[in-house]
Design a protein around this ligand. Structure first.
Ligand SMILES: *Cc1c(COP(=O)(O)O)cnc(C)c1O
Length: 486
């Protein structure tokens, strides 16, 4: 039997082949005779020599080590790991979509262009905005596109503003994309309820501020009650307001960013509109804008003519092209399928059920973990393990122990404004039975912290690898096999 950590190189046996072919019936030649010597290897490559079955078993075994929402509950806060209906996969694999070459003539890609156009229309309606670009490959790139459009807008009006305001509870991509767009990031304090501190906002809001970027509901899972006041304050000073739409699943069909006064908003299709993600991709982060920012959208823009759809490149004020080709098209098909299968009432039910599930979890766990910002919450809730920390059990310990108990860990240590943060997002796709089982595991850990913290410190014991040095694993990943010497 091979262990989980058996490398395919260790299965290698000299001369073993993954194929058997009859001798060729055409003339062959020796590469050494027809290629210049400088292009020839001195030694054969160090490749594993295995049978086809060895290779298939090896990769099938590795694939089963994968942890995903198709196998387990995945309550990672802020990331919205909801179940991806398989009909999305069916549609994305339709040969007309999956096999379409990105450079095919527009006349031969009308179906794909129509899907993109309609998806843009749907997203604009959902968000109460006027135009959408599907190009950004992730939320972070949507942010960058949005901030670049805001910059182009100010410059077109002859204004050189230099600052963007971002609350201290923001996701790390907010300050990062703002800085990449050339702005100075100014951090705003949160008030005691976890919302934007209006006094701090007013203090910083001057004619040099290009935009305010906030997340609604915010990263504490709370709706910003003074959002209308906030967007108005900014507009009075000529600043634009950007909504990080990563948490849009909490307000789908209930409130629209455009109606709340936002000028720009990105969508994380891979969070709000299913479409699988993890391990860094693929993603899709379309960005929507109000009409005054439309001239600055990335090129090309999918437009409808009388006789079909086309890519419009003639947009002199555009911020330009963001990436190769037209976006992660397969993700667009999945999101489109999801929106069409859910319909308006279904999308509203997504938000209602996501909020219900999160509040159920919050109430059940409240006696066992500290809740720095009492609910009701929106689609996720943020606990603190500071009570457990006094017993020597950190948020990271809780997360590791959950793995032994059969659950993926919540987000830990985010948002930064909460000490020992445990951020839980159940999503609307989970049953009460699953939520209860997760709560039981969390309660068991809280009890163990009091009675037997050693079992927590020792966790995980049932996973393929135990506690890694996470810093070292991230900075110096050891992905290379070194053949034994001699
Ligand atoms: C996920 C997330 C982002 C970044 O989105 P990506 O698609 O991962 O680039 C930004 N803000 C918040 C609040 C998020 O949860």
């Amino acid at each position: 039997m091979h262990g989980y950590d058996t490398l395919i190189f260790e299965l290698s046996s000299p001369g073993r082949r993954g194929y058997s072919l009859p001798a060729p019936d055409v003339p062959t030649s020796d590469p050494a005779e027809i290629l210049p010597a400088k292009h020839l290897r001195a030694a054969p490559p160090e490749l594993p020599e295995v049978s086809e079955l060895d290779a298939v078993r090896h990769y099938s075994r590795l694939s089963q080590l994968n942890y995903g929402v198709d196998t387990h509950f995945y309550p990672l806060g802020s990331c919205t790991m909801k179940y991806n209906p398989k009909i999305n996969e069916d549609m994305a694999r339709l040969p007309g979509f999956a096999r379409l070459h990105p450079l095919v003539a527009e006349a031969n890609a009308q179906g794909a262009l129509q899907l993109m156009w309609e998806l843009g229309q749907d997203l604009a309606e959902i968000a109460g905005l006027d135009a959408v670009s599907l190009q950004p490959a992730a939320g972070a790139q949507g942010e960058l596109a949005g901030v670049l459009m805001i910059r182009a807008y100010h410059l077109a009006r002859g204004e050189r503003r230099t600052k963007v305001l971002v609350p201290d509870s923001a996701h790390g991509t907010n300050p990062a994309s703002t800085a990449i767009a050339g702005y100075r990031v100014v951090q705003l304090k949160s008030d005691s309820e976890g919302g934007v501190d209006l006094l701090d906002l007013e203090r910083h809001l001057d004619e040099d501020v290009a935009a305010l970027m906030i997340t609604v509901p915010n990263t504490l899972g709370l709706f910003e009650p003074r959002v209308l006041e906030i967007t108005e304050l900014c507009h009075d000073k000529g600043a634009q307001v950007y909504m990080d739409g990563a948490n849009l699943n909490a307000i789908l069909g209930i409130a629209r960013p455009g109606d709340l006064g936002f000028d720009v908003c990105h969508f994380n299709l891979h969070k709000t509109f299913t479409t699988p993600h993890g391990g860094g991709g693929p993603g899709a982060g379309p960005v929507g804008v109000k009409a005054h920012l439309e001239p600055f959208l990335p090129v090309p823009v999918v437009t409808r003519r009388e006789d079909g759809f086309e890519l419009d490149w003639k947009r002199p004020q555009s911020i330009g092209k963001l990436q190769a080709f037209w976006g992660n098209f397969g993700m667009l098909v999945r999101a489109y399928t999801y929106i069409r299968t859910m319909g308006p009432d279904g999308l509203r039910a997504v938000a209602d059920n996501a909020i219900l599930n999160a509040n159920y979890l919050m109430k059940r766990l409240e006696p066992y973990y500290d809740l720095p910002h009492p609910g009701p919450c929106m689609h996720e809730c943020v606990f603190s393990a500071r009570r457990q920390k006094k017993l020597g059990v950190t948020a990271m310990d809780v997360a590791k122990r959950l793995l032994d108990l059969g659950f993926y860990a919540p987000s830990t240590y985010f948002p930064l404004v909460v000490e020992e943060a445990l951020m839980i997002e159940p999503t609307e796709t989970e049953s009460k039975e699953t939520l209860d089982a997760f709560c039981e595991a969390m309660i068991q850990i809280a009890r163990e912290a009091e009675s037997d913290p050693r079992v927590i410190h020792d966790a995980p014991r049932t996973t393929p690898v135990r506690r890694l040095d996470q810093t070292l694993a991230a900075r110096q990943p050891n992905l290379r096999w070194t053949p034994p010497r001699g």
